[in-house]
Ligand binder design. Structure first.
Ligand code: SAM
Length: 293
């Protein structure tokens, strides 16, 4: 049988053979279009000198294409029913390891070091993400100490738009900043909902994230910087000033500190958070730490 797992006919056979029923709660929408999968692998520029982590292999549609190109593939799957399915469908691929675990609870650095034969090779994350936890998964990888060179990930188009958004647009927010601080984000291509079983309600997009040599901006304290960027978008239609008071306090001492910091960073308090660039947020955060209360 030379058909790819992702062909609609083979997917159907696999699901029937194993009596598999989809769990909506686990974000199970399987890709049934080999061409889209090949395009994902091409976008990720994977070769036999690349180690790949996959999140949510499902029945192995993407895993198979990754295994054909990469050195080794490590795939995290939470659904115990899929572990035996994967043992069957990926039987012929010696360079794949499936780990039965919630990726959000996984010690990524430890498991990666233990499971890849050659940890000096570049590491990429390639996945058709479970949409109910797209953001937590992205943050779990970014905040881990894993040296991820690139992430090529499928998600709801709306979330991909938010991650890759530029200042001054409606989609721009703390998520754009959290990701773009570490990675350069590019929307690679759109995937229509018709190529999945079952069909999701919305279209998807492939996002390509490339690790920057150093963070996009220089900040004195990363935690304070991210706290500020979150605070600035808390009350969506309010000014930066209102958001800052809401987050840091409304007493006179705090107001003075905030006003002096804004002035030092040359930012008008009447602006809205979504108009500030990463560099402006960095300047403000650094000023707040220098001036102190
Ligand atoms: N990769 C397959 C494909 O492209 O056809 C399946 C993708 S499906 C959108 C998401 C997969 O993630 C499902 O197999 C689901 O069981 C799995 N999953 C959901 N939550 C997970 C978690 N917390 N950790 C690991 N896998 C998870």
């Amino acid at each position: 049988d030379t058909r790819d797992i992702a062909t609609p006919s083979k997917t159907k056979e696999i699901l029937q053979k194993h009596g598999f029923t989809f769990k909506k709660s686990l974000g199970q929408n399987f890709l049934t279009e080999p061409n889209v999968l090949r395009k994902i692998v091409a976008t990720a520029e994977i070769d036999e000198q690349t180690n790949v982590i996959e999140v949510g292999p499902g029945i192995g549609a993407l895993t198979e294409q990754l295994a054909k190109s990469a050195k080794e593939v490590l795939a995290f799957e939470i659904d115990d029913r899929l572990i035996s399915v994967l043992a069957d469908t990926l039987h012929d691929y010696q360079n794949v390891k499936v780990i039965h675990q919630d990726v959000l609870k996984a010690d990524l650095l430890k498991l990666t070091t233990e499971n890849f034969t050659d940890n000096s090779l570049p590491l990429k994350v390639v996945a058709n993400l479970p949409y109910y936890i797209t953001t937590p998964i992205m943050m779990h990888f970014l905040e881990s100490d894993l040296p991820v060179a690139e992430m090529v990930v499928m998600m709801q188009k709306e979330v991909a738009d938010r991650i890759s958004a530029v200042p001054g647009t409606k989609a721009y927010g703390s998520l754009s900043i959290a990701v773009q601080y570490f990675m350069e984000a590019k929307l690679a291509f759109i995937v229509p909902k018709t190529v999945f079983v079952p069909q999701p309600n919305v279209d998807s997009a492939i996002l390509k994230l490339t690790r920057r040599n150093q963070p996009a901006v220089k900040v004195v304290d990363e935690r304070e910087f991210f706290k500020l960027t979150k605070a600035a978008f808390q009350l969506r239609r309010k000014t930066l000033w209102n958001n800052l008071l809401h987050a840091y306090g409304k007493d006179e001492e705090t107001k003075t500190w905030l006003l002096q910091s804004l002035e030092r960073a040359a930012i008008d308090p009447k602006r809205r958070g979504e108009t500030l660039s990463l560099a402006e947020f960095a300047a403000l955060s650094n000023a707040m730490l220098t001036i102190k209360k």
